[in-house]
Design a binder for this molecule. Structure first.
Ligand code: AP5
Ligand code: MG
Length: 208
């Protein structure tokens, strides 16, 4: 099963990917998580990506395309994968057409007004990468693995505003792109996380 999640920053892509990948036994490929991992390890790629991420800009297409092409051939992708945060530009989507086929693109639709609050209250686990929100969890450590929670560097209000603008300018056109290809499904992301998961699984079950 090969899936893509589309959606603005804070739409719940990571939250839903965690559930959907666990359910179907497919690999969760978050380009944002991969880049943050490269930054933590201080690699050349990480150093190149850091400035873009801190400004809320996109990392250059050629860097990302090479990274994803390599990643989807890893052992854990044998049963399939879910791309979370890729593609993000038409150039990335065009390049991916030559790399792999795709079964379904799921657009998680959330009103713009909701996004700032979602990102403002987000806490991430430094161990397993699972996300929390301060409105539903007040702890400082992960319920799943016990590691410390942290606030992402690019979750500052001014960076978030730019990320949303960049999404509208460069990524939103992919909705029409995949609609034209007959691959697009849209779910209402403005429900509880469990309801959104149920809606997504109702779509992906048809692919099994
Ligand atoms: P990336 O890490 O992909 O960030 P993003 O797309 O901005 O999305 P987020 O991770 O912020 O949001 P999400 O949709 O995953 O929401 P979440 O589930 O956490 O990218 C970061 C940066 O890396 C980019 O800006 C760019 O610089 C670079 N990059 C990455 N990929 C790239 C690419 N392909 N090309 C170029 N550059 C790239 O949820 C958010 C919060 O809401 C959480 O607190 C969660 O608990 C809560 N929540 C989730 N669902 C619900 C719900 N249904 N109801 C209430 N609260 C909810
Ligand atoms: Mg995410």
């Amino acid at each position: 099963m090969k899936l893509i999640f589309l959606g603005p920053p804070g739409a719940g892509k990571g939250t839903q990917a965690d559930k959907v990948c666990g359910y179907h036994g497919i690999a969760h490929i978050s380009t944002g998580e991969m880049l943050r991992g490269e930054i933590r390890e201080g690699t050349e790629l990480g150093m190149e990506a850091k400035d873009y991420i801190e400004k809320g800009e996109l990392v250059p297409d050629e860097v990302i395309i090479g990274m994803v092409e390599h990643r989807i051939h890893a052992q854990d992708c044998a049963k399939g994968f879910l791309l979370d945060g890729f593609p993000r530009t038409v150039a990335q989507a065009d390049a991916f057409q030559h790399i792999s086929d795709i079964d379904m693109v799921i657009n998680i639709d959330v009103p713009a007004a909701r996004l700032i609050d979602r990102i403002g209250g987000r806490r991430m686990c430094s161990g397993c990468g699972v996300g929390y929100h301060t409105s539903t969890y007040a702890g400082n450590t992960c319920e799943r693995c016990g590691a410390k929670l942290f606030i992402r560097d690019d979750d500052k209000p001014e960076t978030v505003k730019n990320r949303i603008l960049v999404y509208e300018r460069l990524t939103q056109p992919l909705i029409a792109y995949y609609e034209k290809m007959g691959k697009l499904q849209t779910v209402n992301g403005d429900e509880t996380p469990a309801e959104v998961t149920a809606d997504i699984l109702a779509l992906t079950e048809k692919l099994v």
